[in-house]
Design a protein. Structure first.
Length: 319
């Protein structure tokens, strides 16, 4: 009962906030939950700081520019146990093309909930149940436009809704770039990577109303420390400026031991200390990984107090 109440309040707040924004003339500042879901287990383990480090197929939506670095066909599946009897799954595929044209990729995310029983004012069950749902489909392209610069684009179509309350769909586009190396004469900056992305630039169609999607701008850096015989270490930081919520800052670290085992820590902080779902999933996160020549298994864990713990797992295969 408590989980169902949390979930219904969550969807109710999103719906009312979206209507209020439209009535006040500030369109596109809320809603778009399905566009903001974390699609990468590795990224979650790093606190969401993934704009500059992304080099896996499950990170297409974080920055499509770096898929140009992949020279093998890769398939990734991710399962996410989300909040209050909700969950979502995502599938990503990277297909290398003939150089120097770059690579193409596809991504599908499906969000769904358990049936939610409705009751009358006296608490008596009603015959009708409700479901929350959402999907995102993306077609991506990434290539090298300079020996130091990569660029990429996502073309996305999405829909989301709560049966009996609302249903909407939309179109959006992402533009991302990554600087592979800073052209400075100092060796200390050779291991620094920088990424930028404009996300969710588009329109949302809600019955007879057209609004802007919840656009965002992300900037991130990744710094790779020199490797040793035991492993390699990378530090990442990221900023997220999104419409309808306060700025979010993220930082994380990943240690790869003997090229087999990953250990990750991350933290995400929303300016002003806000922690509710409609603004951002913030707080501490951790992650583990194990890889072989062809397979990569990732796991992440994020505690969210009264909202419950979030567990995510992904499997990646190279062909």
């Amino acid at each position: 009962m408590k989980n169902n109440l949390v979930f219904l309040l969550f969807w109710f707040c999103l719906t009312v906030a979206n209507s209020s924004a439209a009535e006040s003339g500030v369109v596109g500042t809320t809603g778009g939950l399905v566009l903001r879901l974390d699609s990468s287990v590795r990224a979650v383990g790093l606190g969401g700081a993934y704009t500059a480090i992304n080099d896996n197929p499950d990170g297409i939506l974080y920055n499509p520019a770096v898929i140009s670095s992949m020279d093998e066909t890769s398939l990734s599946y991710t399962h996410n146990e989300f909040l209050s009897n909700t969950r979502y799954d995502s599938l990503s595929l990277i297909l290398p093309m003939v150089k120097p044209f770059g690579n193409i990729g596809t991504h599908l995310l499906v969000y769904y909930t358990d049936p939610i029983e409705s009751t009358d004012l006296n608490g008596q069950p009603l015959p009708k149940s409700y479901f929350g749902y959402g999907t995102v489909g993306a077609l991506s392209f990434g290539g090298n436009i300079h020996e130091l610069l990569r660029a990429g684009i996502n073309l996305k179509i999405f829909n989301e809704g709560l049966t009996g309350y609302f249903s909407r769909y939309g179109l959006a586009v992402d533009f991302g770039v990554q600087l592979r190396r800073i052209p400075l004469p100092w060796p200390v900056v050779d291991s620094l990577r920088i990424g930028f992305i404009l996300r969710n630039i588009g329109l949302r169609f809600d019955q007879s109303q057209i609004t802007l999607t919840p656009a965002s701008f992300n900037f991130g850096c990744a710094y790779y420390l020199p490797g040793t015989i035991y492993g390699t270490l990378v530090f990442v930081v990221d900023t997220d400026f999104s419409s309808g919520r306060p700025p979010v800052f993220a930082a994380g670290a990943e240690y790869l031991f003997r090229n087999k085992f990953y250990l990750r820590f991350g933290y995400r902080y929303a300016l002003g200390g806000q922690t509710n779902v409609a603004n951002s999933m913030v707080g501490l996160s951790t992650g583990l990984g194990w890889k072989t020549e062809k397979y990569l298994l990732n796991y992440s864990y994020s505690p969210y107090a009264n909202l419950g713990d979030l567990h995510r797992i992904s499997v990646q295969v190279k062909f």
